[in-house]
Ligand binder design. Sequence first.
Ligand SMILES: [Zn+2]
Length: 107
Amino acid sequence: MAKCPKCGARNDEDSDFCEKCGASLKQKPDLKEKAVQGKRKNPALAAILPLLIGVFAYLYFPNYKKFFAYLAAVIIAFALFNWAAYLLTPWMMYDCYREAKKINGEG
Ligand SMILES: [Zn+2]
């Protein structure tokens, strides 16, 4: 038995449309919309995160590939140039901002 997402009427499992109201039984628009909503990221917050938590900002998305890449870059930069590793922060802020926009489908 397939329950109609619109009116709650019971339909045959293999029917594509509700016998009572005609709504599609195959797609679940509410669920899909919620998933997209949950995936949205705040670009302003994303831009400020590297300033507060450094490379851990990438766990906000989460983008583990970039997290480990920047973690390695920061460690190497610290070993070679010491304080100059902080120069990576403005770049990561810009990059995180772009990442959030991309996830929201705005970039
Ligand atoms: Zn229905």
